[in-house]
Each structure stands twice: as C-alpha cells, then as structure tokens.
Design a protein around this ligand. Structure first.
Ligand code: 9MR
Length: 458
C-alpha cells in the first residue's frame, strides 16, 4: 500500500493513509474499512439528484431529526418518507382521537429544508389500530372508514405532500390479491376507491400503489402491472408505482430496469421507495463493496428511465433500520453505518447520480508514541484518527528496528513475530468516525535504544 510519512518527531511518527491505499486495502485486506467519507468538496446526494431531476429520499423517524441524524437527513436527501408516523395506527390510535405530532414534525422539517415528502401509507393491512382491525364492519361502514381516513389525512396535508403511497402491498407473491381487511370487505375495487378518494382530497399529490418483491419481472409485479393498466384504462387516478426494493445482498433482480421501463410505458411514474440491501452479519469489506455495487445498480436503473422519479432508502443509517429487528442476524443494509460514517454504498449512490468522490489526502492517520520508558521497559501507544474518512475496523503494523519486544497490549489485539508487530481493533473499538480517534496501548522491553517505528495503517 502507498503511504506518506509526515510529521516525524523523535517521539512520534505519523503515517498518513492515502485514500487510494485505504480503499484498496479495504478490498484486498478483508478489513471493514469504509470508503472515504464525503469530502468537503463532494456534493451532497440531493444536489446530484436535483441536477438529474431525480428524488433521493430517505425514510425517517421524526423524533430523531436533531443532531447528526437531522443534519445528514437535511444535507443529503431531497425527500423524506415518514417510516411509521403517517400509518393509521400512528395517527388515529383510538377512534376519533388523532395524533399528528410526529407526522407534522417530519413535514415541517422537510419544508424547512426544501425537501419533498412522500406520504406513507393510507390503506394497508398492517399497522392499523386495533379498533379498526378488531371491529366488525359492513361493507358500507368499511368503505366509509377508508374514505374518511383518506380525506382526513390527505386533506390535512393538502398541497404540502408531493406523493402518497395510497395503497400498500395489495398482492400475494403469486399475483393474487392479498386477503386483507380491505379486500375481504370491499373486493379488489377498494384500490380504485382509495385512489379516487385521495385525488379528491389533494389533487396535486402524485398517487402511488406500492409493493415489495415487485422489483423484477415476476408473477407479483405482473399482477401489479395488469392492475395499473386496468386502472389507467378505467380513468382511475393512478400516477405511479412504488417498488419498495427491500433487497438481499446478491439478489438484485436482473430485470429491474426492464420492469421499471414496462411500468413507465404504461404512462405512470415509477419510484424505488424503500431501498435497503441486507447482509448476513458481520458484514465484511467484500460484502460492503458488493453492496455498494448493488446500490449503484439500483440507482443506475432508475436514472436510466425517464419516468423513474427517484430512489428512497428505507433509513439512511444502520442505526435506524428495521432489518436487525425483523431479520435477526442480518443488517448493515443502509448507506451509513451506525455511527453515521458513510459506507461504500453511499459513494456508489453518489457516483450513480453523477458525482465524483474526491479522495481526501490525509484521511486516517496512525501515530505511535512512547509515553513512558524505564531501564528495560516502556509503555507505548498508537492513536488512530480520522478526518475526512471513517473506519469500521482497523489494523496497524510496524517493524521494530532495535529488538524491542511487546509483552502486553490493551484496547487492541497485538501479535509480534520477529520484529513485525500487527495490532487490530478490539471488539468494541473498531469504529473510528470521521473526526474521531481511537487509542490503544502496550508495554514492551527494550535495550540499547528505543526508536519510534514507522507505522502503517491499513
Ligand atoms: O420501517 C417500518 C418499521 O419500523 C415497522 O416496524 C414495520 C412494521 O411493519 O414497518 C416498517 O416499514 C415497512 C413499510 O411501511 C412498508 N414496507 C415494508 C417496510 C418494512 O417492514
């Protein structure tokens, strides 16, 4: 790997790791190094997307929209989707008793930051309040409940939301209609009725049907395709199709772009609405690189089709993702890690949106120093600091030139073979966030002299 030695003093010597070396090592060395963080010169994703006339959105949790989470949500995305805040159980937990606090907070935040909002979601089988699910309703009552709900919620935000996921997840995997409260009570035409009610409540919002496992050409997406075609033929207001895209590493459908195109050819918009790509944990650097390639593939497919409105990720950070709870042992599905360090997937999205990533020249450094020394022994430490990049694991190496021997280390696992020392992070300190540092220490023996070695971070 390339390294540039600077800052050499008798007591410390710094190895500056160039970005190319950092990324290269991440791939070759099998370490969990993240790609460089967005450099000051890099453009936020939303600026890149704006230039292409595309949406780059994220699902958000309203209560988290402060601090770093809020800063990233505002800086990087031109659209927000409330992850849960607009679902029926959230907004009307008891019949006639409404709670709009989190939904309002998200809409206000978006408006303050010049972002679109994707309303999610009005008519679904899940996350409905118990009073609704457990009630016994005639068809007329159920229809009224549905259309009143739409009128109330869509009407509340009339003129303020760009898009609504009006109907969510109406199909089974084989393309038959899912047996839900709505389908069972009203028949398949609940979909047309919901769309019509939404149009009446906000004529300016784009109205979508949204589903998962419809990203490629398959029985389910074909059922959705046929439905949209029929709705269009009947003059039912339908503006778009949402492909959720909750994907598994290695399973991006090869027919994604073709599928987007066939919906577009029906005369509707298409959006990737809930993108994440989950990995069996722990995710290694090769998997993160593959994930980046797959994020790029998905964004590329949308960029390639004019009527693809854009891509929304289902949470931008691994600390705010539904995956670990729902699929134990899987995760790392979003473009930022738990500590808000951008992962390779982030850079892949940027590049697919036409961005270039500017390599920081002195991203992460390892500094060796002798902190204490006595007749035959010494205590040393290495500090790993990042500025313009982040690490999610690290490994430091050096070679002793004067016969020093490490006897004990803490906050790292160190091995010495001959003169060569290799130290890697402990289970709890692998992450070095952009702007942060980690230190580990060791005791050793020396005789004659105790020169500071050249340290390599990789
Ligand atoms: O991200 C949402 C998570 O917090 C909820 O617990 C979950 C409940 O089903 O819903 C998640 O969002 C879903 C979205 O509304 C519709 N598509 C699937 C998403 C993941 O379950």
């Amino acid at each position: 790997m390339r390294s540039l030695r600077t800052g050499s003093t008798p007591a410390s010597r710094v190895t500056r790791v160039l970005t190319g070396a950092l990324t290269g090592f991440a791939l070759l060395g099998g370490l969990l190094l993240s790609a460089p963080a967005a450099h000051a010169a890099d453009e936020p994703l939303r600026d890149l997307a704006d230039a292409k006339g595309k949406v780059i959105g994220t699902a958000v949790t309203g209560s988290k929209l402060t601090g770093t989470y809020g800063e990233i949500a505002a800086r990087e995305f031109n659209a927000l989707t409330p992850g849960n805040a607009m679902k029926w159980a959230s907004v009307e937990p008891a019949r006639g008793s409404f709670d709009w606090a989190e939904a309002d907070r998200i809409v206000d935040f978006a408006e303050a930051n010049g972002q679109q909002v994707r309303g999610h979601t009005l008519v679904w089988h899940s996350q409905n309040p118990d009073w609704l699910t457990n009630g016994t309703w005639t068809a007329a009552e159920l229809r009224r409940l549905m259309t009143d709900h739409i009128a109330t919620e869509v009407g509340r935000y009339r003129g303020r939301l760009a898009t609504w996921d009006v109907v969510n997840e109406p199909f089974n995997e084989d393309g038959t209609y899912r047996q839900t409260l709505w389908y069972n009570g009203l028949g398949a035409d609940y979909i047309a009725e919901a769309l019509t009610a939404a149009r009446a409540a906000d004529p300016s919002a784009k109205l979508y049907i949204n589903d998962y496992n419809v990203e490629g050409v398959n029985a389910k997406s074909t059922a959705l395709y046929n439905l949209v075609r029929d709705l269009k033929a009947r003059g039912v207001p339908i503006d778009g199709v949402g492909l959720q895209a909750h994907l598994i590493l290695g399973q991006v459908p090869s027919t994604l772009q073709q599928n987007i195109q066939r919906f577009a050819d029906l005369g509707v918009d298409v959006a990737i609405t809930e993108l994440d790509i989950r990995i069996d944990l722990p995710a290694d650097s090769a998997e993160l690189a593959q994930q980046a390639a797959e994020y790029r593939q998905v964004v590329n497919a949308c960029v390639a089709v004019d009527r693809c409105a854009g891509v929304t990720v289902w949470g931008f950070t691994d600390s705010d993702s539904w995956i670990p709870d729902t699929f134990p042992g899987q995760g790392a599905a979003t473009p930022y890690d738990e500590n808000y360090a951008p992962k390779p997937a982030y850079h892949a999205i940027a590049e697919a949106l036409g961005g270039t990533t500017t390599p920081p020249t002195d991203a992460c450094t390892a500094t060796y120093s002798v902190v204490n020394q006595w007749n035959t022994g010494f205590t040393g430490q290495v500090r790993i600091a990042c500025d313009g990049a982040a690490l999610s694991s690290w490994k430091v190496g050096w070679s002793y030139g004067a016969g020093q021997q490490i006897t004990q280390a803490w906050n790292a696992t160190c091995n010495q073979s001959g003169a060569t020392v290799t130290c890697s992070n402990a289970s709890y300190n692998g992450t070095v966030p952009d702007g942060g540092s980690v230190t580990f220490g060791f005791n050793g023996t020396w005789s004659g002299s105790n020169p500071v070695p050249v340290v390599t971070l990789g």
